[in-house]
Design a protein around this ligand. Structure first.
Ligand code: FPP
Length: 246
């Protein structure tokens, strides 16, 4: 695990940088409501925070960042909110993600792309293709992602490979299951941050978070700053991770 050379507020605390950080970007709606604005304004502000925090994570040496942008359950939201989010994703994929080129960030989408418009799917694939040979942080953007759905898919693919004889039941291990998930080949998240004060995992990386540390912050996502991230890293650095041992 990389160490952060930035000074902590507490003397003698060595700040640890998680190799894989997960963020549930929550609180956009409440942020907008507090300002008597439409929820879409909260998502727009949240997208700016996403851009800033992503670059910061890349600068401090996070190797994998997974952000939860749209869940398999978010389609249940009012039609105008879903279309505002789709427009926001589209404009981001057209412009802002190009910014990440300067930071050598590899962009990947985890989740089922097939439910998005053809335009959006094309942009997602283009972003993945154009960034795949970069050597910087891997950014997983979870869109139409649900961990239960991910596990169902893994079980179906494993079963089909057992049926065809490609895979032997006795050879199925925890690593096999991990390798059938969208995050195949990546380390499990060390830390998951949820702003907005909610104590829920909301169908995010259920298999992968078996030994992740959780930090809940009382800030709505659009208000989340790099100082808040530093504070979360400080809390994480004080945790004693035992992975079931002593
Ligand atoms: C949860 O807040 C947030 C979302 C469902 C959308 C997150 C999307 C962004 C931050 C835009 C990022 C853009 C890209 C391209 C990845 P909420 O609406 O559930 O807030 P609430 O709990 O206060 O209602």
């Amino acid at each position: 695990m990389a160490l952060f050379n930035k000074k902590s507020n507490e003397k003698n605390l060595q700040i640890k940088i998680p190799e894989h950080l997960g963020i549930i970007m929550d609180g956009n709606g409440r942020w907008a409501q507090k300002r008597m604005l439409p929820r879409s304004a909260g998502h727009k502000a949240g997208a700016q925070t996403f851009r800033k925090i992503t670059r910061y994570c890349s600068n401090i040496g996070v190797k994998y960042l997974t952000v939860y942008a749209f869940s398999t359950e978010n389609w249940k939201r009012p039609g105008d909110e879903v279309s505002a989010l789709m427009n926001l994703f589209k404009s981001y994929l057209e412009e802002a993600l190009a910014d990440f080129k300067d930071d050598s960030i590899v962009v990947r989408f985890i989740g089922d792309k097939s439910q998005f418009s053809k335009d959006l799917q094309k942009l997602m694939i283009e972003n993945e293709e154009s960034s795949k040979d970069r050597d910087g942080m891997v950014l997983n953007i979870a869109m139409n992602y649900g961990s239960r759905d991910e596990i169902v898919r893994a079980v179906k693919n494993i079963s089909s490979n057992v049926k065809s004889g490609e895979l032997n039941i006795d050879d199925i291990t925890e690593e096999t299951i991990s390798s059938y998930l969208y995050t195949s080949g990546q380390p499990d998240p060390d830390l998951i941050i949820r702003p907005s004060g909610e104590y829920r995992i909301s169908n995010f990386l259920l298999w992968q978070c078996a030994y992740s540390e959780f930090v809940i912050m009382n800030k709505l996502w659009p208000d989340f700053t790099t100082d808040d991230l530093d504070e979360a890293l400080e809390i994480f650095s004080k945790r004693n991770r035992r992975f079931g041992g002593v």
